[in-house]
Design a protein around this ligand. Sequence first.
Ligand code: E4P
Length: 217
Amino acid sequence: MKIFIDTADINEIREIKELGILDGVTTNPSLVKKTGRPWKEAVSEILKECAGLPVSVEVVATDTEGMVREARELAKLGDNAVIKIPCTEAGIRAVRTLSAEGIKTNVTLVFSPLQALLAAKVGATYVSPFIGRIDDIGYDGMMVIEEVVNLYEVYGVETEIIAASIRHVDHVRRCAELGVDIATIPYKVIKQMFRHPLTDVGLERFLRDAEEAGIKI
Ligand code: E4P
């Protein structure tokens, strides 16, 4: 499973990239707002820092024409720009046009397998079903991921699935078990993936024994 980081914070991106585990980045207007930086400056820096890795940047227009215009502008910011388009009728129409132009897209705000099917039909590069926001309203977000994975498998769909709105490590584990293509994970959750109390206890014991045995390398 590929690991994307779900943030617009350049320091978080740099740190995770340096670990050698980063396959891409997803941003959205709320994440850019959190940085307190002008959006173009923030987004351009991420695209440059992550040259060669896909970076999703979201449009803000809601009509097809506006989305296509914004997408073309955003695509000029870097070869690695992937344009995030909301899963609305206008959005699906925009993705059809952008696919024909060879502009990579990520259909976002997907909450059902049928929305994911529509995104695939117009040639979306990626589709982003949200997990946490479904859990938040009392349903099972992971169920939607499973349904999208199954549906795409049945039809041999090439659109890659990005599991989004991930809130904790168990979401990541279950995505990996389902064979999801990509999980876009917040910085804090990526850091938690490294941790296990038995690793800490085990390391402490090995180091104590090494000292007692006089092991020096
Ligand atoms: C990423 O593509 C999504 O915009 C993001 O994962 C949404 O996460 P949230 O539901 O925690 O805001």
